[in-house]
Ligand binder design. Structure first.
Ligand code: AMP
Length: 300
């Protein structure tokens, strides 16, 4: 089960990042890297990679010597009416993108490999509280699926450090809580959100948007910028700022609001009074596509 060195073929020519669907092959490669004294990083993704994902690989390369990117569309984090089956899976393009950023190994398992006891898997990770509000309230079971698959990936890759996007703010909070609660030694690093030039957060799901939907999607960003300007200018009527954010997002009925709040960045509870660190959390449905975003802000 040998995996060849990922970056240079004969004569030093660059080759594609090695890809495997086998757990044992990941373990062998990571063990080899560890024997060479390398620090290991993991970047969990569902594939359909974009510059946001690649920024996580770049950060992982700075923090470690051997970077494993996992590409797995995890069924347990999708609800029955959600887009698991239509989620894009352009694996050849993903491999090329990982290669362009010198990732060392791609782990692209199938569902049977990740869930060997299915049907009838019995063991799941629950992170109560944080998992039940906002995204968790709208997508019941979502964070149970996320926490479980991330811990499974950690058990396979056994990284020193793992990089996640702040784009999925609540997911990052859930994973940090899980790692703390389970005494895991893995360092969890949150990375900045990468945006299109007009401010829309990059997301694999943006590919679902029609040109008309893409044009109104920017309102999530506009609403957060409005809130940030208000908050940094010293306005303290948070209820009225939140209601204006909702108005911006739902203008002309183009999008349906799930939430637009100013929250405590640790507990994610909605704030009534300004505090030194605040986060705007927004989510809306744009046609059948759900979009989420967030922005940190500090009052004057
Ligand atoms: P996904 O493939 O959507 O599960 O995302 C995999 C990882 O990429 C997660 O840690 C996301 O938070 C992160 N990510 C997704 N979009 C972005 C973005 N626009 N900027 C930075 N990180 C992102």
């Amino acid at each position: 089960m040998r995996i060849d060195g990922p970056h240079s073929g004969p004569y030093g020519k660059k080759v594609m990042t090695q890809t495997t669907s086998k757990i044992d092959a990941v373990r062998v490669s990571v063990l080899q890297a560890r024997r060479e004294g390398k620090r290991i990083a993991c970047v969990p993704t569902m594939g359909a990679l974009h510059e946001g994902h690649l920024s996580l690989i770049d950060e992982a390369k700075k923090l470690a010597d051997y970077v494993v990117v996992t590409v797995f569309v995890n069924p347990t984090q999708f609800g029955p009416q959600e887009d698991f089956h239509k989620y894009p899976r352009p694996i050849e393009k993903d491999i090329a993108m990982c290669s362009s950023r010198d990732a060392d190994l791609i782990f692209n398992p199938d569902v049977e490999t990740m869930y060997p006891s299915t049907p009838g898997a019995k063991t799941f990770i629950e992170v109560p509280g944080l998992s039940e509000i906002l995204e968790g309230a709208i997508r019941p079971g979502h964070f149970r699926g996320v926490a479980t698959v991330v811990m499974k990936l950690f058990q396979i890759v056994m990284p020193d450090v793992a990089c996640f996007g702040s784009k999925d703010f609540q997911q990052l909070a859930v994973i940090k809580q899980m790692v703390r609660d389970l005494n895991s030694p893995i360092q969890i690093v949150g990375c900045p959100t990468i945006r299109e030039t007009d401010g829309l957060a990059m997301s694999s799901r943006n590919a679902y948007l029609s040109p008309e939907q893409r044009a109104v999607a920017i309102r999530l960003y506009e609403a957060m910028v409005f809130a940030k300007n208000q908050v940094t200018a010293g306005h303290s009527d948070l209820a009225s700022i939140m209601s204006k954010m909702a108005e911006i997002i739902t203008r002309d009925g183009a999008m349906t609001l799930d939430y637009a709040i100013l929250a405590n960045p640790t507990t994610l509870e909605t704030l009534t009074q300004p505090q030194p660190e605040m986060v705007a959390l927004v989510a809306a449905r744009n046609g059948t596509t759900r979009l989420i975003d967030n922005m940190m802000m500090t009052p004057k």
